[in-house]
Design a protein. Structure first.
Length: 455
């Protein structure tokens, strides 16, 4: 029994179990080894190392070991926390040293202190301990006073585990756990079944602070696996990707002559969302000589990018649009366009290049308003979406569409006919609204404005 416990102690010491925290700083130790002096190592043996605790007001033994030896070097200290075994669910509260009939409370560390051998004048070292007694801190030579056995008593206390669920301020339904967990009343912690909510995000799980471990509601964590009494779970979310448009492109030969052909190309939006500022890319074994109701954005080695005309920036869900072209064939093969990709992507607009203004025509308890977007940049703003915070309630809108309205936050996008704002141009849309909080007249303005476009 004793032998197995010694083995455990040596294993813990070799593994460096410093997770049992010590409040003692090594800065309090003054090294007695002079510079360029060879480091001296001495072995020291404890007659007994006893581990105990108090459970339900009763003293209880966690184990003991006899003749525990360890090395001490002259240029560093050996902390009690390096020697004390780790017991899951407990932390080291204090260590007491007993030599003969004398007791010393609050042992922090062991160290070597030099002395001069009178007979030879040589320097030798004695083992000392640093402890905190009722009168403060002090050092004690282990060779002083009594010569009976040396005993180290390690007193452990139960860990009181407190669980906290942490999330950003915009997260709702965050669980609260007011329980105190110990190994006396529980073997594990069960993660709350409540699922936090963040608008526009999926909940991925709870990350245990200090680790990369992700836990789901209802998962359990053994108390023996925890190294800190403060058990903090951090809410982890991933942004919900906006639905993407999915298009299909087909072509039909209208007529042909010599090595030329006229095609009608139909673009169909197969998805449930609007394809804003659509552009398509495809490979084509021919040269496009003419195009109408669409525009050639680029052409390189048979790879084309075709864009909508300025008056047809968007394709609604399920909508089809047809444009025509005349092309010269590069081979005897028939020309067709059956495979293509939608290449449009969303980008944020620098507000230094855009001016957004609000005007009102008010009457008691209501008004009509107009929001104007001016493009001061060198490129067109296609497929625009405007977001802002606005205290008043918009009850009707024209020449634009309300995509979403959460609290006082509005997301508004262009109508089908005004999705492109040319450089040095503007678009406007109107709305009806009622003032916030039942006020007779509105004092609300647009705040936290942002604009995205489709490039």
């Amino acid at each position: 029994m004793k032998k197995s416990f010694v083995t455990r102690i040596l294993a813990y010491s070799m593994a460096g179990f410093l997770s049992v925290a010590s409040s003692v700083s090594s800065a309090s130790f003054i090294s007695y080894a002079e510079e360029d002096t060879e480091v001296v190592t001495k072995s020291f043996t404890l007659t007994d190392l006893v581990c105990n605790t108090t459970l339900t007001s009763q003293a209880a033994s966690l184990g003991s070991s006899s003749n525990v030896s360890f090395d001490i070097q002259s240029d560093e200290v050996t902390y009690v926390t390096d020697l004390a075994p780790v017991f899951p669910g407990y932390h080291l509260e204090r260590a007491d040293y007993k030599k003969g009939y004398s007791n010393y409370t609050g042992i922090d560390y062991f160290f070597l202190k030099p002395y001069t051998v009178k007979a030879t004048g040589e320097t030798a070292y004695s083992v000392y301990i640093h402890y905190t007694g009722s009168a403060g801190t002090s050092n004690l030579s282990t060779s002083a006073a009594h010569t009976n056995g040396t005993h180290l008593f390690c007193h452990y206390a139960l860990n009181n585990y407190k669980v906290s669920y942490l999330a950003d301020d915009d997260v709702t339904n965050v669980p609260v756990d007011e329980n105190i967990y110990t190994i006396e009343n529980s073997s594990c912690i069960t993660v709350s079944s409540e699922v936090p909510v963040k608008e526009g995000y999926n909940f991925d799980g709870w990350v245990l602070e200090g680790t990369e471990n992700l836990y789901q509601p209802g998962d359990t964590i053994s108390l023996s696996d925890l190294t800190a009494e403060e058990v903090n779970f951090l809410a982890s979310f991933s942004e919900i990707e906006a639905p993407k448009a999915n298009i299909e492109v087909s072509s039909e030969v209208v007529t042909g002559w010599n090595d030329q052909v006229q095609l009608n190309v139909t673009v169909t939006n197969l998805s449930d969302v609007t394809a804003k500022n659509w552009k398509i890319a495809f490979d084509f074994d021919g040269n496009i000589d003419q195009i109408w109701n669409a525009e050639v954005v680029s052409s390189e080695n048979g790879s084309y990018v075709i864009s909508h005309p300025s008056w047809k920036t968007d394709l609604a869900a399920g909508e089809s649009y047809t444009f025509g072209l005349i092309a010269t064939k590069n081979s005897e093969e028939d020309l067709s366009i059956n495979e293509s990709t939608l290449v449009s992507k969303e980008e944020s607009v620098d507000l230094e290049n855009v001016n957004v203004s609000l005007s009102k025509q008010a009457w008691s308890y209501g008004y009509n308003g107009e929001i104007k977007i001016e493009n001061n940049s060198d490129s067109s703003l296609d497929g625009w979406t405007l977001e802002f915070d606005f205290a008043d309630e918009i009850t009707n809108i024209w020449n634009a569409t309300i995509v979403s309205h959460e609290g006082n936050h509005y997301v508004i996008e262009n109508a089908g006919h005004n999705g492109s704002i040319a450089p040095s141009s503007s678009v406007s849309f109107g709305f009806s609204a009622t003032p916030a909080d039942g006020a007779e007249f509105s004092e609300a303005d647009l705040e936290n404005i942002s604009i995205t476009v489709i490039r």
